[in-house]
Write a protein of this length. Structure first.
Length: 175
């Protein structure tokens, strides 16, 4: 979720490809890229849709169920780290390109940057869910803990990719 409103709904800044629905004609016009990896296509697809003027809206009343297990969730974020590292190098308009020029600090800076972004995102999302202000603040320590775990796993993925790109790329494709 982005800041502000669009057509009376929260502005969309991107999407995860497993949480997006498309009309058939839109899907046919804007094919998902699979040549770059499993999740690398989502930010590129979002930008292509936005640049083409396609209507992209958050559906806050839509409810989905996700499977959650630590043994899946933590390695998933390691894969995200690998993919963020690759996206910075494949897509010159990927946000915060300065991080890619930070050398060995890239993983730690990415972790810190993403954790800092998670806090305002939490407040926008929890407000949309209808949580009271007291509950939003009360759940903040839990959010910071979960964010630290996820972003720490992403950091591991970035450093693993720096050390052995080919091996991590093979693992990410088969995860």
């Amino acid at each position: 979720m982005g800041r502000g409103k669009q057509n009376g709904r929260p502005r969309v800044r991107g999407f995860m490809d497993h949480n997006a629905g498309f009309r058939a004609e839109v899907f046919r016009r804007h094919r998902y890229r699979t040549d770059l990896g499993r999740l690398l296509g989502a930010p590129l697809l979002y930008r292509r849709l936005a640049e083409a003027g396609e209507r992209i809206e958050l559906q806050p009343d839509q409810r989905v169920v996700h499977y959650f297990a630590w043994r899946y969730w933590v390695p998933l974020h390691v894969r995200y780290g690998h993919e963020v590292y690759r996206l910075r190098r494949l897509d010159e308009s990927y946000p915060n390109q300065w991080i890619a020029r930070s050398g060995i600090l890239e993983g730690a800076l990415t972790m810190a940057w993403h954790m800092l972004l998670d806090v305002p995102r939490w407040f926008r999302f929890s407000r949309l869910l209808g949580l009271t202000p007291a509950r939003r603040v009360g759940l903040l320590p839990l959010l910071i803990g979960v964010s630290g775990l996820a972003r720490g796993a992403e950091m591991v993925g970035i450093y693993a990719t720096m050390l052995d790109h080919e091996r991590v790329a093979r693992w990410a494709q088969n995860f």
